[in-house]
Design a protein around this ligand. Structure first.
Ligand code: IDP
Length: 143
C-alpha cells in the first residue's frame, strides 16, 4: 500500500469541546502521523475559498459562517492509504449515519457541525494541503 498524505481540519465545534487530543490519538492509533499542524481562526475569504466547490449549494453560507465561528486546528496526516483511512476514522458526513466509534459519531452534533474535515481523494488532498501549508512547513518523519 502506498504512503500518502491527506489534509485534516478539526472544526470549531470540536475545538470548543476540548477533544483535540482525543482526535489526535485516534489518528495515531490508526497509523497516521502528523507531519504538519497549525491552529488558526479562518477568515471569511479563507473559508469561502476552501469550500469554493460548494459555493452554489444551499448550505454554503451556513458552512462558511460555522467555519469562521471559532479557531480550527489543521494538520497533514501521513501513512499507508492515508486518504481512505482518515475518511474511515472520521465517519459519514451526517453524524446520524456515521458508524459507531468514528469521530463524527462520537463528537458531531449535526451535519452542519460535524467536528472534522478530511480530503476525499489524493488530488484533493494535494490541493487542500497547498491551500494552507507551504512546502517548508511539511516535516519529514524521522524514525
Ligand atoms: P465531507 O466533509 O464529509 O467531505 P462534503 O460533501 O465535502 O462533506 O461537504 C462539506 C461540508 O459541508 C460537510 O462536512 C458538512 O459540514 C457540510 N454539508 C454537506 N452537505 C450538507 C447538507 O446537505 N446540509 C448541510 N451541510 C452540509
Amino acid at each position: 500500500m502506498a504512503i500518502e498524505r491527506t489534509f485534516s481540519i478539526i472544526k470549531p465545534d470540536a475545538v470548543a469541546k476540548n477533544v483535540i487530543g482525543d482526535i489526535y490519538s485516534r489518528f495515531e492509533k490508526n497509523g497516521l502521523s502528523i507531519v504538519a499542524a497549525k491552529m488558526l481562526h479562518l477568515t471569511q475569504a479563507q473559508a469561502e475559498g476552501f469550500y469554493a466547490e460548494h459555493s452554489e449549494r444551499g448550505f454554503f453560507k451556513d458552512l462558511v459562517a460555522f467555519m469562521v465561528s471559532g479557531p480550527v486546528i489543521m494538520q497533514v496526516l501521513e501513512g499507508e492509504n492515508a486518504v481512505l483511512k482518515h475518511r474511515e476514522i472520521m465517519g459519514a458526513t451526517n453524524p446520524k449515519e456515521a458508524a459507531a466509534g468514528t469521530i463524527r459519531a462520537d463528537f458531531a452534533s449535526s451535519i452542519d457541525e460535524n467536528a472534522v474535515h478530511g480530503s476525499d481523494a489524493l488530488e484533493t488532498a494535494q490541493r487542500e494541503i497547498a491551500y494552507f501549508f507551504s512546502n517548508d512547513e511539511l516535516c519529514a518523519r524521522t524514525r
